[in-house]
Design a protein around this ligand. Sequence first.
Ligand code: FMN
Length: 355
Amino acid sequence: MQSYPKAKVLIDQNQFSLGSSEPRDSIPSFYVGNVPIYGRATLSPMAGVSDSPHRSLAKDMGSAWSFTEFVSAEQINLENPKAIRLFHFKKEENPVWFQIFGNSVESITIAAQRIELLNPKVIDLNMGCSVQRVSQNGSGAGLLRNLPLAGKMIESLCKFTSVPITAKIRIGWYNDDLNYKETIHVLQESGVAAISVHGRTKEMAYTGTANWDAIAEIKDFANVPIFGNGDIDSIGVLKQRLFDSKVDAVLIGRAAIGNPWLFSGIEKSSLTISEIHNVAWRHYVSMKEFYEKDSFILFKKYFTKYFDLFEDYKDEKDRILRVRDEIEFEESWLSSVEEYMNKFGLYYIKQKRPA
Ligand SMILES: Cc1cc2nc3c(=O)[nH]c(=O)nc-3n(C[C@H](O)[C@H](O)[C@H](O)COP(=O)(O)O)c2cc1C
C-alpha cells in the first residue's frame, strides 16, 4: 500500500479539549477497538444539530459517546476554519468520535491524520449521507456503490492512524438491491472496529420507515459491534429495538432534538414545563458561550422542539420564534414560561386540551 507522510500540523491544538471524562460505571457495555463504551444509546451525528453544546447536554443526560457531525476531508485538508471548528469539544463529551466524509483514499487519510492530533477517541467514515451533492460525488452513501473504494479507505485509515476506525452506513443505495451483507463483509475485512446502520436506503433518504429486520440480521452475522439507527422516538421504542435486534447500541437523531431525556430513560411527557424550561435554558446558555453571535437564531430549532408537547403554549412559541432580537427573544421566552406556569400551575402541566 502507498504510504502517506504525516500531515503537516497547522491546526492549533490548544483550542481543543484534551483528556477524557470519568466513566459512569466500572464495567463497559462494550468496546470499540480499545475504547470502552458505557451505555447503549447515543446522539446520532446531525449536521448543524449535533454541535458541542448539544452533545455535552446529551452526554450529561446519558448519551454513551459523542459523535461530531460529518466534516469534509477536503475542507479539513484546506484547513477551512469553519470545518475545523466543528471538531471543538469539551472534555466532558468524551469519548468523542469525529466523523468525516470524502471520496479519495489519499484525501481521507491525510484528513484523518490531521484531526487525530485533536484527540478523538474514534474516527468514523460517513457512508450514509444521501444528500445529492455528497452522494453523487461518490462520498457518503455514494460509497455504498463503490465498496472496493470504501474498503481501501477503511484499510488506509486503520493503517495510518492509531485510533479505532468505524463507519456509518445505510442498508443500500437502491431499494431493490440491498447490499448490506456485502458492505459489512468488505468493511470487516478492511479492519473496521464497529458499524452504525441507518435502516434506510439512499433512495429512501428519510421517507418510509427504517428496516430493523435488516439491522437485526446484520447484528446476527457481524463480528464487530453494531449500532442500529432509525425512527427511535420514545424510551419504549428504544428498549424494544435494543431487545429485538440485539444491537450493541442505538443512535437517536431527530427525536433527540429537544428531548435529551431519551438518554436518561425519562419520558418527556412526564415532565413539567418548568423542568423542560430549565434544561432548554441550560442548553441555550451553553450555545451562547460556544457561538460568538446569533446563538439565539441557531437555538430556535431546539426551542421549538423542547416545547412541542405544550399545546397551550403553541401560539406564544410561534410568536417567540419570529423574534429577531436576542434580548427580546430571551425576555419573551422567560416571561411567557412564567405566564404559562401562573396560568396552568407550577407542577403538572396540561399537555393536551381534552377534546
Ligand atoms: C439534520 C440532519 C443532519 C444529519 N447529519 C448527519 C451527519 O452529519 N452524519 C451522519 O452520519 N448522519 C447524519 N444524519 C442522519 C442521522 O444521523 C440519522 O442517521 C438519521 O436521522 C436517522 O435517525 P433518526 O430516525 O433517529 O433521526 C443527519 C440527519 C438529520 C436529520
